[in-house]
Design a protein around this ligand. Sequence first.
Ligand SMILES: Cc1cc2nc3c(=O)[nH]c(=O)nc-3n(C[C@H](O)[C@H](O)[C@H](O)COP(=O)(O)O)c2cc1C
Length: 381
Amino acid sequence: MQLNYSDLRAGARRRLPRFVFDYLDGAAEDERCLRRNAAALERLQLQPTCLRDTTQVDTSIEVFGARWAAPFGVAPIGLCGLVRPGGDLLLARAAATAGLPYMLSTASNSRLEAVREVAGAAPQWLQLYVMGERSVAEQMVRRARRAGFGALVLTVDVAVSGMRERDVRNGFALPFRPGPALLLDMLRHPRWALSMLRHGAPNFVNLTEDGTAGNAASQAAMLARTMDRGLTWESLAWLRSLWDGPLLLKGVLHADDGRRALQRGVDGLIVSNHGGRQLDAVPATISALPAMLDAVAGRIPVFVDSGFRRGSDIVKALALGARGVFVGRPVVFGMAAQGQAGASAALDLLAAELQRTLILLGAPRIAAIERDHLVRADADG
Ligand SMILES: Cc1cc2nc3c(=O)[nH]c(=O)nc-3n(C[C@H](O)[C@H](O)[C@H](O)COP(=O)(O)O)c2cc1C
């Protein structure tokens, strides 16, 4: 039975070889940030108001002119094709079915045009990594515009890859040359191994215009997450010249960067620590959120991700003033265990919890969630 995050995680653990599970579950260095994200959310508590009419509950919101069924969406996850063949498509379909937004990663393994096709009217955003060869990003952005992606999200917290010690220990180094331990790991998970044999190893098919693995240098750069470290605030003008839709930055933690983004005409921010996978020493995102919200003073929407596991976690971020939340691992764990149905189950769980939380809080609409609904637990934990 899948009732919560632990159940989703356990399902993925059963299905996947250890190195794939650890790739999803793991974080940087001592994984303190991963735990900090959860602990900081736990320290916040919700304070209900009573005797409010909650006969009708509306969890929907509008973002950049598009309707979301609830104030959360699916965060970009690279290498989904290693979890299941067509993993990006499975996640995109699940999100669209739930009326929720889906953010496709640059490190995806399905063509962005095909991903866009499965979404129908549901919103999709494209997450962008910029590697040394700028033409790689340029062709992706052009294609995203043609395909009708609703926003472009530049990830700014991967100037270099975080040190994911589990990956190193497992020998999941890239380029991928499995040694005996890794081969044994794969053989112990025959259903996963067979599906990979049948469909072939995943490629980063969005790095070239024609979808061929083509440019070996950019494939290798993507695998090693070798980004363009010369990318600066000035580079945003270059992106603007390619993209006239909403442009967001993902991975912003410093309030001064929020102010800079505002000055540069950025349309939205995602406060993120990459699910604890980059700099282990950074604050929990729920702790960084209030200063960011103050910095932009309501002029652009601020979203948040990293460690959101319950509908009530999402409500806590909204009570602080976030426009919405993105979730990564819960959905990808669901997809790992049961494909599209598993991803849908994870999204439905969160949506149902969110709805129940709103009723219990006495807030029948998202706009009715207020700062006063939140209290900080100091003494009683
Ligand atoms: C396996 C994995 C792969 C990821 N790949 C990307 C990526 O390609 N681009 C990106 O911007 N963020 C990536 N992220 C970060 C997520 O988008 C998101 O910030 C994070 O997972 C949210 O935390 P959560 O998983 O605790 O919900 C990845 C996260 C995981 C777990």
